[in-house]
Write a protein that binds this ligand. Structure first.
Ligand code: FES
Length: 191
């Protein structure tokens, strides 16, 4: 229920009806089972359970495929991100501790310099595609995270892992190197 507050009102409405239909369908099947235990057929309750669970399944499909609930909006980064090294500008031009957006080929990336260390992640929140370079950096060292500016998901800078939702998928990260003062990045191989 805690995650429900992060949904759009439309998604909340459909989600509640979806949950209710599943509860009613399970109750119908439980009633049919009880009737069979008493030697009756329980067919009517079984058919009602089937009809109601079909409605629930249709609503679940609507939530997933039409309203994109739970979809990973950064999933295509692995297909579209650059496999070869792409220049992201001079390391000296990156502000210390403040994320910026850069283009790595066709893709926007989140770039953060902390001292001499540069982190590059996808700039698209897996939840609903917010630009994470507009987000805030919190924490320090291995616990440092970027907080999504739209709904507050937190992703660990070191590996892109989700620390707090509503996002459920990790943020793709990039390999980084510095050559002649220039930052370069390419898509890291999947762990
Ligand atoms: S877009 Fe919703 S948490 Fe990032």
């Amino acid at each position: 229920m805690g995650r429900l507050v992060h949904l759009d009102p439309d998604q909340q409405r459909v989600g509640l009806v979806h949950a209710a239909t599943n509860v009613v369908a399970v109750s119908c099947y439980a009633g049919a089972l009880a009737q069979r235990a008493k030697g009756r057929s329980g067919r009517l309750l079984s058919l009602a359970g089937l009809a109601i669970s079909s409605v629930g399944a249709t609503l679940g499909g609507h939530l997933a495929y039409h309203q994109a609930l739970g979809a990973n909006h950064a999933d295509r980064v692995g297909d579209l991100g650059p496999a070869d090294w792409r220049p992201l500008g001079r390391v000296a031009d990156l502000p210390d501790g403040t994320p910026v957006r850069r283009d790595a080929g066709e893709m926007s990336v989140f770039v953060l310099r902390r001292g001499t260390h540069v982190t590059v992640l996808a700039d698209r929140c897996p939840h609903l595609s917010a630009p994470l370079s507009d987000g805030q950096v919190v924490g320090t060292d291995g616990d440092a995270c970027v907080v999504c500016p739209w709904h507050g998901s937190e992703f660990r800078l070191d590996d892109g892992a989700v620390v707090h939702g509503p996002a459920t998928a990790a943020l793709p990260r990039f390999e980084v190197r510095v050559r002649d003062g220039q930052v370069q990045a390419r898509l890291g191989s999947p762990d």
